[in-house]
Design a protein around this ligand. Structure first.
Ligand code: 13P
Ligand code: SF4
Length: 325
């Protein structure tokens, strides 16, 4: 019944989906958590919109009975790990992640075994199996500070994103061993098109996510997680134009927060004008409505895996709290 990744139900086209979702959320004591890369209509009905760190923090502390997670699979998994007594629903089970897929657990376990004495720092964009093999999880918001909290001579493996890993190595002067994984969305940006766009908009600041490749990051005026990029545009006083080098979903919150500023999405290396994550964009209002109404698909996890994967995530949350993040 869930072969497609979601329940296929005929929906009356006259139905006011926003009204119905809001009604169901109240009736079932459900909270809708959405990542910044979701479509604007989903962001606008979410109870909380955030980056991976913010969403994990919200999932851990929510008092709701149901967490409906409009993001991708590893994010919903993280919510279940942090708050296992809650029912976690995901609009489409096929909302995966190319970065998480680039790190299969068996290969990673062998990689880890070949670097004894190394601690394993892992980006949250990975499966629960990889988290269970890790010592500390990081997100793009806290990665640099967490790496710096370890002694300079501590050998570290960093997985799965080689671009974020290389960026952290450069920022901290470390030499972490990097797993060879990447996000298809952030790797597809075209440097040539970006430089052309900058020539056409010379006053625009280039702001980029650290999942992008190094040659592109070299041209950025500011590098940060989705939340950091959003905050940068809100606070910027010396500029009103921004070329945004990350998934386009974030532009909605940027434009909402700063209606008089101009946000230009950086183009990918294909015929599209902007860059959407195909997994994030699998979620729709219709699927959210169906998931909430029928409480399917539910994200279910093995208890032992939850226990193992929770330890490194809990460490990250403790360190983040210590850093005031
Ligand atoms: P953040 O939201 O943590 O910046 O991560 C970006 C991303 O690629 C999420 O999948
Ligand atoms: Fe994964 Fe990249 Fe999509 Fe984020 S943007 S969910 S890292 S594929």
């Amino acid at each position: 019944m869930l072969d497609k990744g979601y329940l296929e139900v005929e929906i009356d086209s006259a139905l006011d989906l926003v009204k119905e979702i809001n009604y169901l959320k109240k009736e079932k004591n459900a909270v809708l958590l959405a990542h910044y890369y979701q479509n604007p209509d989903i962001q606008d009905i979410a109870d909380y919109i955030g980056d991976s760190l913010g969403l994990a923090q919200q999932a851990e502390k929510t008092q709701a009975d149901i967490i409906l997670f409009a993001g991708v699979h590893f994010m919903a998994e993280t919510a279940k790990i942090l708050n296992p007594t809650k029912k976690v629903l995901i609009p489409d089970l096929k909302a995966g992640c190319s970065l998480a897929d680039s790190c299969p657990p068996d290969k990673f376990a062998a990689f880890k075994a070949s670097y004894p004495n190394h601690i394993v720092l892992t980006y949250i964009n990975c499966t629960a199996d990889i988290k269970a093999l890790s010592d500390v999880i990081v997100t793009s918001t806290n990665a640099v500070q967490i790496v710096e909290s370890f002694p300079k001579d501590q050998p570290i493996i960093f997985a799965p994103d080689k671009n974020l890993g290389a960026y952290i190595n450069k920022k901290t002067g470390r030499n972490m061993v990097l797993w060879d994984g990447a996000c298809m969305v952030h790797e597809i940006f075209s440097l040539e098109k970006l430089l052309k766009l900058k020539l056409q908009n010379p006053l625009a600041k280039i702001i980029a996510h650290p999942e992008c490749e190094a040659p592109l990051l070299e041209h950025a005026d500011f590098i940060g997680s989705t939340t950091a990029l959003l905050n940068y545009t809100k606070k910027a006083e010396n500029g009103n134009e921004f070329i945004v080098v990350t998934e386009t979903g974030i532009l909605h919150q940027m434009q909402k927060a700063s209606p008089t500023k101009t946000f230009i999405p950086a183009p990918p290396n294909n015929n599209c004008a902007c860059n959407d994550c195909p997994y994030m964009k699998l979620n729709t209002l219709e699927k959210i409505y169906v998931a909430l109404k029928y409480e399917k698909p539910e994200l279910l996890m093995n208890e032992d895996l939850i226990k193992k994967a929770k330890l490194p995530i809990a460490k990250m949350l403790d360190l983040s709290a210590k850093f005031g993040l």
